[in-house]
Design a protein around this ligand. Sequence first.
Ligand code: HEC
Length: 142
Amino acid sequence: MKITTALGATLLLSLAACMPAKPMPDAPDRAEGAAFFAQNCVQCHGRNAQGDGAVAKGLSAQPRDLTLLARDNGGRFPQTKTLAYIYGDPEDDFGGSHLKRVMPNFGEGMALDLVPVDLDGQLTPTPRVLAGLLVYLESIQR
Ligand code: HEC
């Protein structure tokens, strides 16, 4: 039996969307998170998320190795802390202070498309984009 690659991919996607591990309807999956990462994070954090992106060397702070977030948190992926860091504080432009962080805030660009996500045991309305990123980032921990 032969099935086209495109159909195979579609089937895989719909299977992933109704995996019992994530019982929420239309939950963002790893592919969605990976795509967002490729578009917004790779230049600094690198294709393998290990902090060696193309522009990393020229930055005043080194991008974090994102595959070690769980290891450095006693073996548990720090869900809330990580998403909060990525979201940033859109109200705060850091006013040119010395506390200005190198990494941009991403919260501002995130649509108010909220999905319920279990964050550190707490069901939390979370921008869909972040929910996808969470699945992706958790999947690449070493
Ligand atoms: C302009 C470069 C740049 C981009 C783009 C960028 N980052 Fe970062 N990121 C950094 C730097 C540098 C740090 C280290 C802290 C700092 O100085 O901001 C960091 C830190 C982090 C941390 C904090 C880890 C910890 O220590 O808790 C997370 C999580 C993270 N980045 C995820 C992402 C994700 C996900 C994206 C894409 C949506 C992204 N970053 C885009 C440069 C970047």
